[in-house]
Design a protein around this ligand. Structure first.
Ligand SMILES: NC(=O)c1ccc[n+]([C@@H]2O[C@H](COP(=O)([O-])OP(=O)(O)OC[C@H]3O[C@@H](n4cnc5c(N)ncnc54)[C@H](OP(=O)(O)O)[C@@H]3O)[C@@H](O)[C@H]2O)c1
Length: 255
């Protein structure tokens, strides 16, 4: 069932077949949006689409491996042909490639795999979506980041994040934070707002091999901050990094 407040709007969520992304897709569709559910695997994407459509939501699977430019272009073409514009882009697809790998053992290949999804994938999708976002009266981009990418926390030896030692993940999320700010500055005049969201600590497949505490929060709670940023009105912020470990959108994370 939808409450219809955003019934004329369209959203794309990447990596939305499970975890926080699936829940963001569900919540945006429940607001009345047409939601394109990006997933790199057709079977997993269709399963997620089916379960959300059964809830009465307008959710449409689109095959989207963010590292494959042809899939990015095809997905955006489809959105243009069927919806004509995009109001919300949530860059949610993300990977951790280094659980169990000590910092001195991290290879350049592992760095490339993390950057391929978390950084280059985000830019590929954002760049392709920008013409459609500019057609929206209030385009919003939400990049799902992490406090693990905060240079302030990494630079504070007393902060627990400085001891986590996740070289590919932290550096790719730090790059994502810079990308968020550069896009926010470049698109301010055009009225497209770009923010980074901290979903907080959420137990998902991403961290099921983590040696650290995964917390007890579920994807429903993790979706709270990204959804609030995706639904904000035309006077909402741009160039901010929002969210706390317990899901408060009012709090900001230091870059
Ligand atoms: N969980 C946390 O505590 C936490 C905290 C801070 C930030 N985050 C961020 O939140 C986002 C969602 O993570 P999650 O915790 O929900 O993890 P998750 O359940 O593992 O979901 C990750 C999603 O990204 C997709 N994905 C991976 N590589 C992709 C690619 N090349 N193209 C398209 N999709 C791809 C996965 O698809 P497959 O199913 O096909 O693998 C999956 O749908 C990530 O950006 C993560 O960094 C999570």
């Amino acid at each position: 069932m939808t409450n219809g407040r955003h019934h004329d709007e369209t959203a794309l969520v990447t990596g939305a077949n499970k975890g926080i992304g699936r829940e963001i897709a569900r919540r945006l569709a429940a607001e009345g949006m047409t939601v394109y559910l990006g997933a790199r695997d057709e079977h997993r994407g269709r399963e997620a689409e089916r379960s959300l459509v059964e809830e009465g939501l307008d959710v449409r699977f689109v095959r989207l491996d963010v590292t494959v430019q042809e899939q990015v272009d095809a997905a955006v073409r489809r959105i243009e042909e069927t919806s004509g514009r995009l109001d919300v882009l949530v860059n949610n697809a993300g990977v951790v490639v280094e659980w169990g790998v000590e910092v001195p053992d991290v290879t350049a290949a592992q760095m490339r795999s993390a950057f391929d999804v978390n950084v280059f994938g985000t830019v590929a999708v954002t760049q392709a979506c920008l013409p459609l976002l500019r057609r929206s009266p209030a385009g919003r981009v939400v990049n799902i980041s992490s406090p693990l990418g905060s240079l302030t926390y990494l630079g504070d030896p007393d902060h627990p994040i400085s001891t986590r030692g996740l070289l590919p993940y932290s550096s790719s999320k730090a790059a994502l934070n810079a990308i968020t700010l550069v896009y926010a500055n470049a698109l301010r005049e055009a009225g497209v707002r770009v923010n980074a969201a901290n979903p907080g600590l959420v137990a998902t497949d991403l961290n099921d091999r983590s040696p650290f505490d995964r917390g007890t929060r579920g994807p429903e709670e993790g979706a709270e901050v990204p959804v609030r940023l995706a639904l904000m009105g035309p006077d909402g912020p741009t160039g901010t990094f929002r969210g706390s470990m317990d899901g408060s959108v009012e709090e900001t994370v230091p870059w």
